[in-house]
Design a protein around this ligand. Structure first.
Ligand SMILES: *Cc1c(COP(=O)(O)O)cnc(C)c1O
Length: 478
């Protein structure tokens, strides 16, 4: 074998393992049970092709390279690459992440985490056969979603409710049902883009409705709406400017004022509340989110909001309002295309039950995180850092400190509200914050953190108590 050690690249090319040899290695044998034989062959071919191409490129560029030129060396390299290719592919799959960013409704990390009861309902009640469209008392066909809809109506004080795939879908369904072929009036201060390409004017076009803009960016009055009403007006639309605030010289009519105007003219008042609060969250600094039950009392005919923002449930679009309005939506052909699956109903039912029990601050993760005081955050951070120091001992170059900072509501909700928190700041004298953050990101499970001024910042607000222990082990291990 020694004499096979060649410097000539062209010779080296012949020593690149064949796909079959690579597939016979221990590494491949170990991987095949998870990858499946066909897919492993595809990966192995990509690895050997890649190696061959690299060597060829080095021939043309005449460069020196650091590949081991023996047959064994190349085989070992190919095994390493095969394993890496598979791990890299697995990293693109859905996996649990420890969210140490302090962003509570983190869109990139799946928005609201489910409550324990919701997780249990999904797994134990809905993942197999379940009473989705089956009435266990009569043995006859039941209506899907009836329980979740009932809870939703009861909790918001609305006559009726309907659930679709997300709030964007809810908006399309309402406007397609009620504004198609006619006009919908919207204030210029509410021409919202939610992100992910959801823009109110585009939704109007999609719903075949003509958008009639009224007022100005900062001030719109009832009289502006009134002047815009024609015989083609179908809907007055009020959109909560979820992810931005216009402050200063501003004015916007109340729901009650708009309801009075709409009903006097026999048109529908629709509020897209976005995140929406099920009760007053002012005590947690969230004074500006529309409270769904108040909009209903004030006379909104239909209100839509998200199931996985402040409500703290699963991705869904929740629609509440007058019975006749909800029944029209239910009969629209789009509803069949936009409805949710049994897993979503199970998670929602369990989440809404917690609202009915009035135990949401203890049970619903989003609200639990939101309600933690700065003092509680300080206690948790101090305790964590003490344990970390104890485990790490003296580590030269590593500085772990507490720092004051702010958590973020996220999910395009309450941009002006930033709950005060106590951060854990980590700095290493000979490792950049970017490297530290990368190491955390590539740990199992991955940890998402913030970087500021070459420090890694961890906010325990969004880390559950059971994850704290895991996070500690990850930090000690690094
Ligand atoms: C977030 C939001 C939406 C979109 O909700 P999804 O559930 O993400 O589809 C629509 N309108 C408003 C005002 C929002 O804040």
């Amino acid at each position: 074998m020694e004499n096979e050690e060649l410097n000539n690249h062209t010779e080296t090319l012949r020593l690149v393992p064949a796909v079959d040899s690579l597939l016979r290695t221990k590494t491949a044998q170990k991987l095949v049970t998870t990858t499946g034989a066909k897919h492993l062959t595809i990966l192995a071919r990509a690895v050997t092709d890649g190696l061959r191409q690299e060597i060829q490129e080095k021939i043309t560029s005449n460069s020196d390279e650091n590949l081991d030129h023996t047959r064994e060396g190349l085989l070992t390299e190919a095994e390493k690459r095969l394993e890496h290719a598979w791990h890299s592919e697995q990293n693109t799959s859905l996996q649990r992440v420890i969210n140490a960013t302090g962003v509570i409704i983190h869109t990139n990390l799946g928005r609201a985490p489910l409550s324990e009861a919701a997780k249990k309902a999904v797994l134990e009640e809905a993942s197999g056969y379940c009473a989705l469209e089956y009435n266990v008392e009569t043995g006859k066909r039941g209506r899907r979603g009836a329980r979740a809809e009932h809870l939703l109506a009861e909790l918001t004080g609305a006559e009726s409710a309907l659930i679709v795939n997300n709030c964007a879908a809810a908006t399309v369904l309402v406007l397609s049902s009620f504004a198609a072929g006619g006009e919908a009036i919207l204030s210029r201060g509410e021409m919202v883009e939610i992100g992910g390409d959801f823009r109110v004017p585009d939704v109007m076009v999609q719903s075949n409705a003509t958008l009639v803009e009224v007022g100005t960016t900062n001030r719109t009055r009832v009289s502006d709406y009134e002047r815009a009403i024609t015989e083609n007006t179908r809907v007055i639309l009020k959109v909560h400017p979820s992810n931005y605030r216009i402050i200063g010289f501003t004015a916007t009519p109340t729901i009650a004022e708009l309801a009075e105007l709409a009903h006097r003219n026999d048109i529908l008042l629709y509020e897209d509340a976005g995140s929406g609060a099920m009760f007053d969250l002012a005590k947690y600094g969230l004074a500006e989110e529309p409270i769904i039950s108040r909009s209903i009392v004030a006379g909104a005919d239909v209100v839509t909001f998200s199931g996985d923002k402040l409500l703290g449930g699963v991705q869904s679009g929740l629609i509440v309002g007058r019975r006749s309005v909800i029944e029209t939506l239910r009969r629209h052909p789009l509803y069949r295309a936009l409805r949710v699956d049994k897993l979503a109903y199970a998670a929602l039912e369990a989440t809404l039950e917690a609202y009915r029990r009035e135990s949401v601050i203890e049970e619903i993760p989003v609200l639990k995180m939101l309600s933690q005081t700065t003092d509680q955050m300080r206690q948790r951070a101090e305790g964590f850092v003490a344990r970390l120091h104890e485990r790490l001992g003296e580590k030269p170059g590593l500085t772990i400190e507490l720092a004051r900072g702010y958590s973020v509501i996220g999910g395009g909700s309450a941009p002006a509200t930033q709950p005060e928190t106590v951060l854990i700041s980590i700095k290493h004298s000979n490792q950049s914050a970017a490297r530290l953050e990368q190491a955390l990101r590539l740990s199992k499970p991955p940890v998402a953190a913030r970087i500021l001024e070459d420090k890694v910042l961890l906010d325990l607000r969004t880390v559950t108590e059971s994850e704290e222990a895991e996070l500690l082990e990850i930090l000690v291990g690094d």
